[in-house]
Design a protein around this ligand. Structure first.
Ligand SMILES: *Cc1c(COP(=O)(O)O)cnc(C)c1O
Length: 408
């Protein structure tokens, strides 16, 4: 989608972008220094309302904290979702600090240390087990703290989800237990000291195709019900993963959420309810919840020309927002939508490259972007920056100050 679409979503006032009801320059003054990430609380709420409206009432919503672990954001989201999904002991602490019931916190991710397992079991969170070895260590952790662990098996599915920006299931994987091994693991675990409550599949991220998501959800439910049939304990938890993407690039279109939701409603009533009427069925989302509510704001430090090309140099860059520079696993580098946030008025536009302040050509926020006349101190705004920003970037590289973060 084009940058104008995002300007309209946030709103503008007198040629300035408005974030959380505050015009950009005033917001920058209030934050005190650039660069910063700002997350718009009302857009966050709007997104959560849209999700609830589109998804079947029976489906529980989880928030994957790693997408944006800023405590104020997690606190805000926690009151509006059913589960928090964490991937480290630190994220678990952030989640528990929100007051979310420990039974509504799930802990996924490969390489959980024994210390982390002990902490998770002691807290009573649901551990999503990634391997047979981890299950062994989880049982030992339970013995150590004298608490029977609550767990689910993360399953590496016997199918792959096409269309995902990042694939995390199908074929050989570091994630989860291969689907064909699960029945054996279940029978081995039958008389061990662990509550195996159900299953988790997370097969891919950043998928924009409703068709492919619908297919993935169909396969996921079919697989999980097949495995639930082999369970030796009552199955009360089915986590279908998520993977709903957001439109980062000009040609991307938003996911047809109504279609995904209607299909999930059909699956739940036709397939899940007859087999497991009381199970908690969870969809866990990260970037779809927070990605579109956030902007990254940096200040122009220099404007220069080199052999006919215009370069706008800002005080931020790759060290705060790796993904926006195309270095977070992207195969092809494309521009995130960006604007000069204090010069939105219509007028002549000319191409420019927007580069960060790091001494590497990788630090490129915008290549050949149509921008107005730009001066030092103008504020460049990168949209779609609410997820995988500050904490997914190498903040120490070159030793510039970290970006501030505000929820407005
Ligand atoms: C990262 C992750 C998510 C969130 O992915 P998004 O693309 O941000 O929605 C969900 N579940 C698990 C297990 C993850 O590791």
């Amino acid at each position: 989608m084009r940058a104008e679409h995002h300007v309209a979503t946030f709103g503008a006032d007198g040629g300035e972008l408005v974030v959380g009801g505050v015009p950009l320059r005033r917001l920058a003054d209030r934050v005190g220094s650039t660069p910063f990430f700002a997350y718009d609380r009302s857009l966050l709420d709007r997104r959560l309302d849209e999700l609830r409206a589109a998804l079947p009432g029976r489906l529980q919503l989880g928030y994957a904290v790693k997408a944006n672990p800023m405590p104020a954001v997690v606190q805000h989201v926690a009151r509006r979702v059913d589960w928090l999904d964490v991937a480290s002991a630190h994220e678990m602490q952030v989640a528990l600090d929100t007051g979310t019931a420990t039974a509504r916190v799930s802990f996924a991710g490969p390489g959980k240390t024994t210390t982390e397992l002990v902490q998770a079991v002691a807290a009573g969170v649901l551990v999503e087990v990634e391997s047979v070895g981890e299950l062994d260590r989880l049982v030992l952790a339970g013995e150590r703290v004298g608490v029977r662990p609550r767990a689910a098996l993360r399953v590496n599915p016997d199918f792959a989800v096409r269309g995902s920006g990042m694939r995390m299931g199908g074929g050989p994987q570091q994630f989860g237990i291969d689907a064909e091994e699960v029945p054996g693991v279940l029978s081995d675990a039958a008389d061990r000291d662990v509550d195996l409550l159900g299953f988790h599949v997370f097969a891919g991220s950043q998928n924009l195709s409703a068709d492919l998501l619908v297919t993935a959800h169909t396969h996921t439910v079919e697989l999980l019900l097949r495995l639930a049939d082999k369970a030796t304990q009552p199955v009360t938890y089915l986590n279908l993963g998520g993977g709903i993407g957001i439109p980062y690039f000009e040609k991307d279109e938003p996911v047809d959420l109504a279609r995904v939701g209607a299909h999930l409603a059909d699956l739940l009533s036709a397939e899940v309810a007859p087999a497991l009427p009381d199970a908690d069925v969870v969809l866990e989302l990260g970037r779809y919840v927070v990605g579109e509510c956030g902007v990254y704001v940096s200040r122009v430090v220099d404007v220069k020309r080199s052999r006919g090309q215009r370069y706008v140099v800002v005080d931020g860059g790759l060290h705060h927002h790796l993904a926006a520079t195309g270095n977070f696993g992207q195969v092809i580098r494309r521009n995130y939508p960006l604007v000069v946030g204090d010069r939105l008025d219509p007028g002549a536009r000319e191409p420019a490259h927007v580069v960060g302040c790091l001494c590497t050509p990788l630090d490129l926020l915008g290549s050949d972007v149509e921008l107005p006349e730009v001066e030092v101190d103008d504020l460049v705004v990168v949209f779609q920056s609410g997820a995988y920003g500050a904490t997914a970037s190498p903040a120490d590289f070159l030793g510039h100050p970290p970006a501030r973060e505000v929820l407005v």
